[in-house]
Design a protein around this ligand. Structure first.
Ligand code: ADP
Ligand code: MG
Length: 227
């Protein structure tokens, strides 16, 4: 692949000589090492002397108002923003890498923002929860995974059995909002067999019942036609 060295940075170029940007997503449940991995990629870009900017949604102030902090206390300075569009305004022309943590908390405008940055030739690294506490796609994540150039799903350790955990369980069943920022006091990483979302069965039968009923009626009428 052709490349050019611009102010100490190696920029990869497409066949037409244009700079190629990219969208990378690191996703998984809580405690799976998403922030750790984001920080690792940021540090490598810093070693390569690439200009990098890190963003996080201001709603996530669990450990620090501005820094991105992992559960094992790695940290890196970041810019807290209220909305996705604010990221576009804050990225400098000279920035080569943009990292965004807790990307699931942004509105759907984040999809346009990351696509626009990548089109400008920027490497965009996003980390976020792929699923909410009900095991459903979290905010813009399903679409973000679809438009990404690379996706890494990382796993935590199930707090009940030690298996690979792909789900985040909300321990308190009274709290029902999708977004409740919390820590190990509210959430636990769980494997599929220990993720007992309490409404799951009710939900299934609510959806399946009309189909089962129709299938039963069809069967009876067929039997009446061909006794
Ligand atoms: P995430 O951003 O995905 O929530 P972090 O990168 O902040 O995860 O933290 C990952 C770290 O959390 C691990 O390296 C480990 O030290 C710690 N940890 C705490 N509970 C668990 C767990 N159940 N499974 C795996 N790691 C855990
Ligand atoms: Mg994190």
């Amino acid at each position: 692949m052709p490349f050019e060295i611009m102010s100490n940075q190696i920029i990869f170029l497409g066949s037409g000589g244009s700079v190629i940007g990219s969208i990378e997503v690191v996703c998984g449940p809580m405690f799976s090492g998403k922030t750790e991995e984001l920080i690792r990629r940021v540090r490598r870009a810093q070693i390569a002397r690439q200009k990098i900017q890190i963003f996080k949604p201001s709603i996530d102030n669990r450990y620090h108002e501005s820094d991105v902090v992992s559960h094992n206390s790695l940290s890196i300075e970041a810019i807290p923003v209220k909305t996705a569009i604010e990221i576009l305004y804050r990225v400098f022309d000279s920035t080569r890498v943009v990292a965004i943590d807790e990307v699931q908390f942004f509105d759907s405008m984040i999809l346009k923002v990351v696509a626009k940055l990548a089109k400008r030739g920027i490497r965009v690294i996003c980390a976020g929860l792929d699923q909410d506490y009900k095991g459903m796609p979290f905010g813009p994540m399903a679409e973000l995974l679809a438009i990404a150039d690379s996706v890494d799903k990382v796993q935590a350790v199930c707090t009940l059995c030690g298996a690979q955990a792909t789900k985040t369980c909300r321990i308190s069943k009274e709290l029902t909002d999708q977004v409740i920022v919390g820590e190990a006091d509210i959430y636990e990483a769980r494997c599929r067999s220990h993720f007992d979302y309490y409404d799951e069965e009710e939900d299934f039968f609510q959806h399946a019942f009309p189909f089962l009923e129709r299938w039963q009626q069809d069967k009876i009428s067929r039997m009446n036609q061909n006794p």
